[in-house]
Design a protein around this ligand. Structure first.
Ligand SMILES: [Zn+2]
Length: 364
């Protein structure tokens, strides 16, 4: 795959290709946007483009003249070079990067307990960046989930960012760029990745990936919030269903251990917000057409009978606050107990009435 094959991020990719065409490649980039939207895919294919070995004169030209902002205008420029704004996807360099085996392309991501990026990893990176590229035009570092650098790592990284080694390009990826140190953010050129509009995405899913019929394509587009990578994740529907089961258990059987370890706590909170949004929309409009979880209309109607929009708004804020604190190593069991308490308080104002209640009861 190459940059041209990435669907739905034309704006971001155009900016990157213009950087190459204009010979102004920033030393540090920040790819910002939701999870599952194509940031890492773009970063890898941008790295392939920069180090692609198809253009023979590229490497020597870059090595001797520099392709950087502070040295933007080599006296002569190969016109063929200017058109090379995408990876060939076939040369040894492109292949190695795809396999994660290129000696000049490093991918760093959170690991170990707590999923952090530790200072030892950043120190190791500094060491690697202190050498010239072995075979590529650049040394390219992709830091996925860069916001997971702990304090010490972030400070060490800031040093690298302040005095970037020659011929190195740093690409930070984050769905929560605001968590990064302001001093890191300000030293990176930010490239924003946007979700796809719903209709575009469901058309794409239906036309490009034949396995989805129009109904399924629309549901997936809606559930993924326009994030193609997320929609293509086969677990998406399963996660949604599990999140709902967990929510039901918390309301109906609070005394039981309800943690579903197939979903992260953060994901679960996101899903719950989506369910709550549907319940509120149904209370206000009384129409199923506006629901995101269209296929779970009956359950949403049942919820709508026992709560109010005001309570849902309160609960939404409360859950948002809890979610914001999840990064601070909250005790998971206590957090869930407290969440379950809040949910029962806000969502169980009255006993459900009408036919949907029988259905819910019959399932228990
Ligand atoms: Zn190539």
């Amino acid at each position: 795959m190459a940059l041209k094959d990435i669907i739905g991020q034309e704006n971001a990719i155009n900016i990157l290709q213009r950087c190459i065409a204009n010979k102004r490649i920033p030393h540090a980039l920040l790819f910002a946007g939701d999870e599952g939207i194509g940031k890492r895919l773009t970063a890898v294919n941008f790295a392939k483009t920069l180090n692609c070995s198809r253009v023979k004169s590229y490497e020597s030209r870059v090595m001797s003249k520099g392709l950087f902002e502070d040295n933007p205008e080599p006296e002569t420029w190969d016109s063929e070079l200017e058109t090379q704004t995408d990876a060939c996807d076939q040369c040894p360099s492109c292949t190695k990067i795809d396999r994660g085996q290129h000696p000049d392309v490093f991918i760093i991501e959170p690991e170990g307990e707590g999923g952090q990026i530790k200072v030892s990893v950043i120190r190791e990176l500094e060491e690697k960046l202190s050498y010239k590229p072995f075979e590529g035009n650049y040394k390219i570092t992709i830091i996925d989930n860069a916001d997971k650098m702990n304090q010490e790592a972030a400070n060490a990284f800031l040093d690298t960012l302040e005095a970037p080694p020659a011929l190195s390009i740093l690409i930070l990826i984050s769905s929560r760029p605001d968590v990064l140190l302001a001093t890191i953010r300000s030293r990176c050129q930010r490239i924003s990745f946007m979700p796809l509009p719903l209709d575009t995405m469901s058309r794409l899913l239906h036309e490009k990936f034949k396995k989805f019929d129009p109904g399924a394509a629309l549901l997936l587009s809606t559930l993924s919030g326009g994030r193609l990578g997320y929609a293509m994740n086969e677990d998406l529907m399963m996660q949604r269903d599990r999140s709902f089961d967990m929510l039901q258990s918390m309301l109906n059987r609070p005394e039981e251990e309800i943690r579903d370890d197939k979903i992260s706590m953060e994901e679960w909170f996101d899903w719950v917000q989506m369910w709550l949004r549907d319940v509120a929309v149904f209370i206000v409009t009384q129409q199923a057409d506006f629901l995101l979880n269209r296929d779970r209309e009956d359950e949403i109607k049942t919820f709508a009978m026992t709560t109010t929009v005001k309570d849902i708004l309160k609960l939404t804020r409360e859950l948002y606050n809890i979610k914001e604190h999840l990064n601070f190593n909250l005790n998971e069991k206590l957090t869930l107990n407290y969440t379950s308490l809040l949910m029962r308080k806000r969502l169980r104002k009255a006993q459900p009435k009408g036919p949907s209640m029988e259905r819910t009861n019959a399932r228990r």
